[in-house]
Design a protein around this ligand. Structure first.
Ligand code: NAD
Length: 459
């Protein structure tokens, strides 16, 4: 049993009340975590640390990011073990996706910071110098699906730009944030620069969002939670980045190369048990290749290794969508049931025969459930892809027309003949109800800094 603690001002502490963290694989209790309600001491600690942290040069802070990356890398097996324990995902996924990317986030922003070009704009008789100042104390709130991967994606650029942090990981997956806190303490990251507080969203999460001394909120989570976060933070004129839900389509055109398309679309459907905001949970297949596609896809689904979903509560939600799909007239082509194991295991489920306007095909399920639809023209495929309130991601599979169709998908990110192929310099984020703002490369730098212009006249 692990005791997760808050990290505040360089010291570990618990609270009088605690929460339990359960294994999704078998339901057993694996950790106790603090149930924090007030963040005043964390804000105080961040405030005390701010002056000296923000006074370091960009290169000095980049060196700290590299130190964190090196320390995490030297313990990446332990990091992956904790992530797999907390989320139930297969160990190789935790190692090759979660641990690898968490380390890379720190390394990437260290390099990015060192190589950032000076932003100057010459006029005939003056020069404009764009100076990037830290925002101040920033609040970072993250979900359970890719725990340290997503939290470190916020922590690294926030630290780089000289901010001090109050971070709140999901209460469902607190282990690797605690691990990061221990690593940062071991390497001597100055006290108060990174504070990590644990607890429930409506309690400690809300305390972060509503605290007047916190000047920016970077939030990743569900659209309905994001709406509440925005309602609280916007009237306080906080900077706000919202990375929210999605209902993404994988569009398979008639000329798709099935050798790459089948494994690619299966991965987009079921990686992390379908619990990635970018997952393609709506598979649209051209009628000319539909009959050929289905058996190949189902065979590849049967061979794909997935873990349980995150919790019993989430399993119930996912199963209720499978029931809904049956009521809506869907035909279950694969799965459809709990697996015969202890814990929150659900078979990879493929459903055909539903309207793309059905609830099952329009709402975010965030589990191993995919609907398949047949189309006859590009226009029809795009209508099916775009008819949702979300606009996060998508993929198009075609030998010749991928780019053409991709430009017409209404979402922040589209892949052609691949999925989740990430360059950390590019903008990441959604349109419509999938979010506000972008993260990644210069977009993260922009969010975690205040760009100030100084115009110097030449006389
Ligand atoms: P969630 O919205 O329930 O929780 C996210 C975080 O917000 C958690 O840390 C939670 O404790 C906190 N929270 C909850 N209520 C809060 C409140 N009132 N004030 C402040 N914080 C609060 O989401 P989840 O179930 O953890 O994650 C799944 C969702 O996240 C899915 O909708 C998924 O699409 C989305 N997601 C989006 C992205 C993206 O980049 N767009 C990435 C991953 C996950």
């Amino acid at each position: 049993m692990i005791t997760v603690e808050n990290l505040i001002g360089g010291k570990f502490s618990t609270t009088d009340l605690s929460l339990v963290d359960r294994s999704p694989s078998d339901g057993s209790i694996i950790a106790s975590i603090p149930r924090t309600k007030s963040i005043d001491d964390a804000v105080e600690a961040a405030n005390d640390a701010f002056e000296s942290w923000s006074a370091l040069s960009l290169n000095e802070r980049a060196d700290w990011l590299d130190k964190i990356a090196n320390a995490l890398e030297s313990k990446s097996d332990e990091l992956a073990r904790l992530e797999a324990l907390d989320t139930g995902k297969p160990l190789d996924v935790a190692l090759n996706i979660d641990a690898k990317r968490s380390i890379l986030n720190f390394r990437f922003f260290a390099d990015f910071g060192r190589n950032m070009p000076a932003e100057t704009f010459e006029m005939e008789n003056a020069t404009n110098f764009v100076i990037r100042k830290p925002v101040g104390i920033v609040g970072l709130i993250s979900p359970w699906n890719l725990p340290l991967y997503l939290l470190s994606w916020k922590i690294a650029p926030a630290l780089l730009m000289g901010n001090c942090i109050i971070a709140k990981p999901s209460e469902i997956t607190p282990l690797t944030a605690h691990f990061l806190a221990q690593v940062c303490t071991e390497i001597g990251l100055p006290a108060g620069v990174l504070n990590i507080v644990h607890g429930l969203g409506p309690e400690v999460g809300h305390a972060i969002v509503s605290h007047p001394r916190i000047r920016a909120i970077s939030f990743t989570g569900g659209t309905s939670t994001g709406r509440m976060v925005a309602a609280t933070a916007a009237p306080m004129f906080k900077k706000l980045s919202l990375e929210l839900g999605g209902k993404n389509a994988s569009i398979v055109l008639e000329d798709a190369d099935l050798e790459i398309t089948i494994p690619g679309v299966v991965r987009a459907s079921f990686l992390n048990s379908g619990q990635i905001c970018l997952c393609g949970s709506k598979v649209l297949v051209h009628e000319d290749i539909y009959e050929e596609f289905i058996p190949l896809y189902l065979k590849a689904v049967a061979d794909f290794n997935i873990g349980p979903v995150i919790s019993e509560e989430h399993a119930q939600k996912v199963l209720s969508y499978i029931e809904l799909a049956k009521q809506e007239g869907g035909e279950i082509l694969a799965g459809g049931n709990r697996s015969n194991r202890l814990g929150a295991w659900i078979e990879p489920t493929v459903i055909a025969g539903l309207s793309h306007l059905s609830r099952t095909a329009s709402e975010e399920i965030f589990g191993p459930v995919v609907t398949i639809h047949k189309f006859s023209t590009d226009e029809e495929a795009l209508d099916m892809a775009n008819c949702t309130e979300y606009g996060l991601a998508g993929s198009v599979w075609s030998k010749t027309r991928g780019m053409e169709v991709a430009k017409r998908v209404e979402s922040g990110m589209v892949w052609v003949n691949t999925w989740l192929h990430r360059d950390l310099r590019v903008p990441f984020g959604g349109i419509k109800n999938s979010g506000v703002g972008r993260e990644g490369g210069m977009w993260s730098i922009g969010f975690f800094s205040e760009a100030i212009n100084i115009c110097q006249m030449q006389h």
